[in-house]
Design a protein around this ligand. Structure first.
Ligand code: NAD
Length: 290
């Protein structure tokens, strides 16, 4: 059994849905958990200490260890306070699961700048800020596990979610660079692109999805990714309904010519669009251009 005894985990947005499920699973397996949740509505308005406190009550009742925190991940003060809460209560930070999220769906032409910025602030800035607040403790310990929460909407696009898609693809970039930078300090970072039945999706998914797409089926992957035995870093995984798959950013083999013109491109467009063999790194991409 993968256990987390003596590990300290910060889980953001853990008052509801996926984060709550991650917190319950890690606590059940021995982790000391900081249950962070601002406690607002789905669009990020409002705040309440209630949801985080309720999850902590449940963990404690089951014999686990956790503290509640209602700070905002999207502000530097909030992120620092979350990390400090972990240090004050448990003395270290081994794990950060950046899960907090909001939705402000609008079709692109109608999307107000506040809705664009507001969504990026929670998902992207929040994940950056909380990870960075925890980073010095992880570096000092030579150990850390970070999971960022992307989305199929970011990887593949979705109508009405230009803000959310931008944010969720941004988290793929953050994860890849954290994977590279963290390697020298024993810090691994991965991202998940989940599907689960939560308050965020219950009005979007067909009713029959509720039983299959449980948050617990996503938490199983998160637990593996934040365990010390986790193999990958800098990777993205699609997860939902009991299925897990690697998602990878790849470049096709490409088509090249020393005399590239709009016309020669048009004539060779099928070769430009070819997918395999894949090029999987910036270095290999550069080599293919030489
Ligand atoms: P949810 O609304 O149940 O949970 C999100 C939680 O984040 C809420 O409890 C909310 O209070 C908290 N939160 C929001 N803003 C915050 C802030 N600034 N600081 C601290 N906490 C904040 O939704 P969920 O489905 O459990 O979503 C969890 C994550 O998974 C989100 O990042 C979401 O975008 C992502 N996601 C979910 C699905 C899905 O199918 N449910 C799909 C793709 C991605």
């Amino acid at each position: 059994m993968l256990r987390f005894d003596d590990r300290v985990a910060i889980i953001t947005g853990a008052g509801h849905g996926l984060g709550r499920s991650h917190a319950l699973l890690l606590a059940e397996r021995g982790a000391k958990v900081v249950v962070n949740d601002l406690g607002g509505a789905l669009d990020g308005t409002g705040a309440s200490a209630g949801p985080a406190a309720e999850v902590v009550e449940l963990i404690t009742k089951n014999g686990g260890q956790a503290i509640a925190n209602a700070d905002n991940v999207a502000t530097p003060e909030g992120a620092r306070a979350i990390a400090q809460a972990a240090i004050d209560a448990f003395g270290k930070i081994d794990i950060v699961v950046n899960n907090a999220g909001i939705l402000r769906d609008r079709s692109f032409g109608k999307m107000a700048v506040e809705d664009f910025d507001g969504v990026l602030a929670v998902h992207v800035r929040g994940s950056y800020l909380v990870s960075q607040a925890a980073y010095p403790y992880m570096k000092e310990a030579g150990y850390g596990r970070i999971v960022n929460t992307s989305s199929p909407a970011g990887l593949f696009g979705n109508f009405g979610q230009a803000n959310y898609s931008t944010a969720k693809m941004g988290l793929v970039g953050l994860t890849k660079t954290l994977g590279i930078e963290g390697a020298r300090n024993g810090i691994k970072a991965n991202a998940i692109a989940p599907i689960a039945w939560t308050r965020m999706t219950e009005s979007l998914l067909p009713a029959e999805f509720e039983a299959k797409f449980t948050p617990e089926r996503v938490s199983a992957l998160v637990a593996y990714l934040v365990h010390e035995s986790c193999a990958p870093s800098g990777e993205v995984f699609s997860v939902g309904g009991g299925r897990v798959a690697r998602v990878f950013v790849a470049e096709g083999p490409g088509w090249k010519s020393d005399d590239l013109t709009p016309e020669s491109l048009a004539d060779n467009w099928d070769a430009v669009m070819a997918e395999q063999p894949y090029v999987l790194s910036a270095t290999d991409s550069m080599k293919a251009m030489l």
